[in-house]
Design a protein around this ligand. Structure first.
Ligand code: PLP
Length: 396
């Protein structure tokens, strides 16, 4: 039966989400025909389990849930105070003045970021590309018009607002970036914050990879002066603490930011109370443990392996082609050799050395001719991948 109702938003304008399914299809077709194995550096999922301190906290909290005196029901929508306090301390340590009441715990930066668009009416949206597709799809679903800014070799995949009209807009920024691994320095972030303040825009800053920012680079948008008046930040424990399967994130909304006469923080609180019932107690205790001194040290050891992988693969690639990603970034972003398109290179890498990555063109038009390798692998796997990359016949 066909419903006699209209579709919501602008679903027709969404392109089919085919990138990873096409990658999977080509990989399984290859394996079906040739047998054996491949190394898959395409997906951005973690390779190591959560650390001991987190596991202990999860177990303790699980036991509490089975205890008459200590079990908990619905959690507070914005998160338990103990976790909001831990997150506020995380910001204070970075020199950012975020307090616990400006923190909202969520179940993943993907859903937080896309849900946040509920707060805005029809608005111009500025999106640098190549891009994590969630910002684009969320804007399109709401029927917002999008101005794409090209990230390319000339601007080191870090577009700036120079020359943009001072029209109020929703601005998406992600640094360290997925897919390009590029990282804004303080000057770049300041340019964006100044532009947002001048134009009455909001910056939605995705800091999901902040743990990977190189020494001396900002880990939070709040390092830029004035960001507390125009920027909302999304952060996640998925990649920094191995929470992709546990699910925990947060949004920080400085209380001074207003939208249509209301405080943005109050609009989000209202939205969450209508549509969200909070993150489980057990997970929040795990998140608190990940942010503790001991937990953070254990998580950093794992992040350091991913960073090392990045240096292992990036070190070689820098000798043979242009590499756009920053030092120790979670994704290596490089130019395909010999003018190959992204998909041509994908097929060649798979066919010749049995290595899978992600074609850059899947993240936006400026990604054509580029390629992404994920560094979320065990060190052993990354070294094997390096051996295969070195054997590829295309480099000279
Ligand atoms: N933001 C970026 C840029 C990402 O690459 C990802 C996941 O790959 C997310 C957000 C989603 O994070 P989460 O697992 O917290 O939903």
């Amino acid at each position: 039966m066909s419903l006699k109702l209209d579709k919501a938003g602008e679903f027709d304008s969404l392109s089919a989400s085919y990138l990873f399914s096409e990658v999977r299809q080509r990989k399984s077709k290859f394996l079906g025909k040739n047998g054996g194995e491949v190394i898959d550096m395409g997906v951005g999922d973690i390779a190591y389990p959560v650390c001991e301190t987190v596991v202990e906290a999860l177990v303790r909290a699980s036991l509490e849930m089975g205890d008459n005196a200590r079990f908990r029901g619905y959690p507070p929508e914005s998160g338990y105070q103990f976790l909001k306090d831990a997150i506020a301390r995380f910001y204070v340590e970075m020199g950012a003045l975020i307090d616990a009441e400006e923190v909202f715990v969520g179940e993943g930066a993907k859903s937080d970021a896309s849900s946040f668009c509920d707060l805005f009416g029809p608005a111009e949206t500025i999106i640098p590309e190549p891009v994590y597709p969630v910002y684009r799809d969320s804007a399109l679903m709401r029927g917002n018009s999008i101005t794409y800014l090209s990230g390319n070799k000339e601007n080191d995949f870090l577009p700036l607002p120079h020359g943009l009209a001072k029209t109020p807009a929703i601005i998406w920024l992600c640094s360290p970036n997925n897919p390009t691994g590029s990282v804004y320095g303080l000057g770049g972030l300041q340019a964006w914050v100044d532009y947002a303040l001048d134009s009455g825009s909001v910056i939605l800053f995705d800091a999901a990879y902040s743990a990977f920012a190189p020494e001396g680079y900002p880990k939070t948008i709040y390092e830029a002066k004035g960001a507390e008046s125009c920027a909302v930040e999304f952060c996640s424990l998925s990649k920094s603490a191995g929470f992709t399967g546990l699910r925990c994130s947060w949004v920080t909304i400085p209380r001074g930011i207003k939208l249509g006469g209301a405080r943005l923080i109050d609009l989000w609180r209202r939205r969450q109370s209508a549509k969200f019932n909070g993150v489980s107690y057990i997970i929040q205790r795990g998140a608190e443990a990940a942010l503790s001194k001991k937990g953070a040290e254990e998580c950093a050891e794992i992040v350091n392996i991913y960073k090392k992988n990045s240096r292992i693969l990036g070190g070689f690639l820098k000798k043979v082609t242009y590499v756009g990603s920053g030092d120790g970034s979670p994704y290596i972003w490089f130019e395909c050799p010999k003018g190959f398109t992204s998909w041509e290179f994908f097929d060649r890498l798979l066919g010749e050395v049995r290595l899978v990555g992600t074609p850059g063109c899947g993240f936006g038009p400026s990604g054509e001719g580029f390629f992404r390798l994920s560094c979320f692998a065990t060190e052993e796997r990354a070294r094997e991948a390096l051996g295969r990359l070195e054997k590829l016949s295309l480099w000279n």
